[in-house]
Ligand binder design. Structure first.
Ligand code: PMP
Length: 362
């Protein structure tokens, strides 16, 4: 089998956050808090939930294969033509589609070493060569080195901003400076999965940045609270979007997901309020991590970074107490745990557990 599919057997799998049910089973607990996947702990807008309920009555029908109404809603939201939008089954699928469209055997895909793991997996799956560029000062993308890594074989460059898992943010001036260093025909994926959490601080990348091959991806999984529905999208030049759409399977976004995303997008007030709640809680958690002397640096996403030489032991102890963190050893950050910002009550539970665990470790 390995000989028949050498590409597949060489792939290392994506390891998602441990599901709550798995921890409950493993530990024999009745209650657990998952802070491992940067989900929105408040859930989506009630209007999106209502749209999913309504869509339930239609699920014997195929969805609109081209997601016309959803693309129109996204286009109107960004005041762009709909032919610039690509939708996918989560932004993961969109990222994979972009890489598969532009890179294949003999091509290179450049990304930051501590960038989102899916870039490496998608490059590998496409048969392209992934080029991981180390960060500058430990955690921030080294844009200079990334630009230097681009050569005539480079077809795609991937940058997440803010980055997961490091939480670092680059400003638009630095990003434009980087884009100006690249050949015009290189496709640049600017992955803005966490955009809503930095919108005020960063500004509007879609109207500010210019590069012919720029593709900006966003998701409904984080601020919009629809991770379980799987919907993401990207905005590109119309000619690039048309190419990517040729690789897209029809019906790739389910009928309830299309309905939910349209309703969620229309309820901006709800999203802004939940983002504000999350940022207040994130700052509170970072202050506590500093007090506890386990602060891993400022995060611009809906997660915080804990740093401690005994992070493995802390992760195990958190799980014993029904709290699921995300270890970052797979990113070469063995001392770190990534903790999603939960509701105030969930964060309180995390903080109480940490105080306990650290006291026991002394
Ligand atoms: N990009 C980044 C940087 C992420 O952290 C994630 C989710 N963890 C995604 C993309 C993919 O999210 P989704 O497929 O749910 O849109």
């Amino acid at each position: 089998l390995a000989r028949a599919v050498p590409q597949a057997s060489a792939l290392y799998p994506y390891v998602p956050g441990k599901p709550i049910e798995v921890l409950l089973r493993e530990k024999g607990l009745s209650h657990a808090v998952k802070l491992a996947s940067n989900e929105n702990p408040y859930g989506p807008s009630p209007k999106a939930v209502e749209a999913i309920r309504k869509a339930a009555g239609e699920v014997h029908r195929y969805p609109d294969g081209d997601a016309g109404a959803l693309k129109a809603a996204i286009a109107a939201f960004h005041q762009l033509p709909a032919d610039r939008i690509i939708v996918g089954n989560g932004s993961n699928e969109v990222l994979e589609l972009i890489i598969r469209t532009f890179a294949g055997p003999g091509d290179e895909v450049v990304y930051s070493w501590r960038g989102f793991i899916v870039y490496a997996l998608a490059a590998q799956a496409a048969g392209a060569t992934g080029v991981a560029v180390p960060e500058a000062d430990g955690l921030t993308h080294d844009l200079q080195a990334m630009a230097q890594a681009v050569n005539e074989k480079t077809k795609v460059v991937c940058i997440a901003n803010p980055n997961n898992p490091t939480g670092t943010l680059l400003d638009l001036t630095s990003l434009q400076g980087f884009l100006d260093l690249l050949p015009r025909d290189v496709v640049v994926i600017l992955d803005e999965a966490y955009y809503e959490f930095v919108a005020d601080e960063l500004g509007d990348s879609l109207t500010t940045l210019t590069h012919p091959g720029l593709v900006v991806s966003r998701t409904f999984s984080k601020a919009y609270g629809l991770a379980g529905c799987r919907i993401g999208y990207a905005v590109a030049d119309a000619a690039i979007a048309a190419l990517i759409n040729r690789f897209r399977e029809p019906f790739n976004v389910s009928l309830p997901a299309q309905a939910a995303a349209i309703a969620a997008l229309a309820d901006g007030e709800w999203v802004r309020a939940r983002v504000a709640d999350t940022l207040v809680e994130r700052d509170r958690m970072e202050a506590v991590l500093q007090q506890l002397q386990v602060y891993g640096g400022h995060s611009h996403g809906n997660f915080v970074l804990l740093r401690h030489a005994g992070s493995r032991q802390i992760a195990a102890s958190l799980e014993d107490r029904g709290i699921i963190p995300r270890p970052l050893a797979g990113y070469g950050m063995a001392d770190y745990l990534r903790i999603s910002v939960g509701t105030a009550a969930e964060n309180d539970a995390f903080i109480a557990a940490m105080q306990d665990i650290l006291a026991a470790m002394e």
